[in-house]
Ligand binder design. Structure first.
Ligand code: SF4
Ligand code: SF4
Length: 409
């Protein structure tokens, strides 16, 4: 796509990056067919090609409008369009640039600014989130319906024990996550137990915290970079001491950590370390598929399951089909899931910021997941897990909780 960027961005690293991405787009429109918002709204301005065009206009100097902001806000950042695009257009990176520029040019209504600010403050702080979550559960009957649906009616599952330290040759680090320890406290201990049984010690580093994705996708890229630098500083001594991987069992956080090298490429103090950390970040499937011979279904796991592949796993991390293949190989029956490429509508804070579109996608995803009558839905991301659990009539679990190391050999 021919571009002529405006002076305000032309010779900046952002402008050069945007120009490179824009030039790759040939307008073919293949991406429209797999874009969830275009599927729902049928408006080209809510499609990848339409958004690319609107971002191009803004970067060429046409002032952004509230309408442009709305069309960019409606994007789930699911990156389904990237998987489809035959020209390799890096839409997600262009969207981040476009959103940042539009955010500076258009003023949001006060209530919306407050909501976004509140989410940026609350979600990355595990203790604050846990306290507010517990308060929310107690006040649940008084809350508006869309918030009530997000909170469990009964007591949340209790925290299971972290395994005793193992004497292991292999060491890995774990990104604990911000909301996951509160919303699904059994996932991290289950991951640690599974790896311990495989002879891998999994350690949490107290100084590491939020991956930065919440800030990155809610108009605060500087805070996202600060989070990346803090995590790199926290993990670096352990990497030097021999930790061979950083396990990230929420695929939404995994895609962010794997992007640290790109995000900090212009920071001479951090670029090389960020590259190394990004290369060490692994979804559990990247470690466990090599151990398939030693794995079996956990005794309490139903064998007929549907797998929901999060966008951040299949489109972001390009790991489509890998979890499904492992689960099938070790003895699960996976029911067919139509439209597996489409987002479930969770998308980080999207379900709070765009509740109506999010709900429509949730209903569509649940219908597709439950069509094959599974006994359980498995997934790989805490955001999708809680979003699907609101509407599913069967349990929704992280897949690592369904697997164990064989006891008989
Ligand atoms: S990221 Fe997802 S919602 Fe956004 S334009 Fe691409 S396919 Fe559509
Ligand atoms: S599929 Fe790729 S090249 Fe074609 S319009 Fe979409 S982004 Fe552009």
């Amino acid at each position: 796509m021919q571009t002529n960027l405006a002076e305000f961005i032309k010779n900046s690293p952002q402008g050069e990056e945007a120009e490179r991405i824009l030039r790759a787009c040939v307008h073919c429109g293949f991406c429209l067919a797999t874009c969830p918002t275009y599927q729902l709204l049928g408006d080209e301005r809510d499609s990848p090609r339409g958004r690319i065009y609107q971002i191009k206009q803004v970067l060429e100097g046409q002032p952004a409008t509230a309408a442009v902001m709305t069309h960019l806000d409606r994007c789930l950042t699911c990156r389904s369009c990237e998987t489809t695009c035959p020209s390799g257009v890096q839409y997600g990176k262009l969207l981040d640039i476009g959103r940042e520029v539009v955010e500076h040019q258009v003023s949001r209504p006060l209530t919306e600014r407050f909501l976004r600010w509140g989410l940026r403050q609350m979600l990355p702080r595990p203790r604050l989130f846990a306290a507010l979550f517990s308060l929310g559960v107690r006040l649940r009957p008084l809350l508006p319906r869309h918030l009530r649906r997000k909170l469990p009616a009964g007591a949340p599952r209790t925290v299971s024990d972290w395994p005793a330290p193992v004497v292991a040759q292999r060491r890995m680090l774990l990104l604990a996550g911000c909301v996951q320890p509160t919303l699904a406290p059994t996932i991290n201990p289950a991951t640690a137990r599974l790896l311990a049984d495989l002879g891998i010690a999994l350690e949490q580093v107290a100084e590491a915290g939020c991956c930065g994705a919440i800030a990155q996708h809610n108009g605060d890229p500087e805070a996202a970079l600060a989070a990346a630098r803090r995590n790199i500083d926290a993990w670096w001594p352990h990497i030097q001491a021999g930790a061979e991987a950083i396990i990230v069992n929420a695929s939404g956080c995994g895609v962010q950590v794997k992007d640290y090298g790109y995000l900090l490429r212009n920071d001479p103090a951090y670029a090389a370390k960020a590259e190394r950390v990004a290369a060490l970040a692994k979804d559990p499937i990247e470690v466990l598929e090599a151990e398939a011979e030693r794995l079996e279904p956990a005794p309490d796991a139903p064998l007929r399951i549907a797998f929901q592949s999060p966008c951040t796993l299949q489109h972001g991390q390009k790991l489509a089909g890998r979890v499904e293949a492992l689960l099938a190989r070790i003895g699960f029956t996976l029911t067919p899931v139509a439209e597996a490429h489409l987002c479930c509508g969770s998308a980080g804070t999207y379900s709070l910021l765009q509740p109506e579109l999010s709900r429509q996608l949730q209903q569509r995803k649940i219908a597709n997941l439950q069509a094959g009558e599974p006994e359980l839905i498995a997934t790989a991301n805490i955001g999708c897990l809680t979003h699907l659990a609101e509407a599913a009539t069967v349990p929704v679990r992280h897949w690592v909780e369904l697997v164990r190391v064989k006891r008989n050999g």
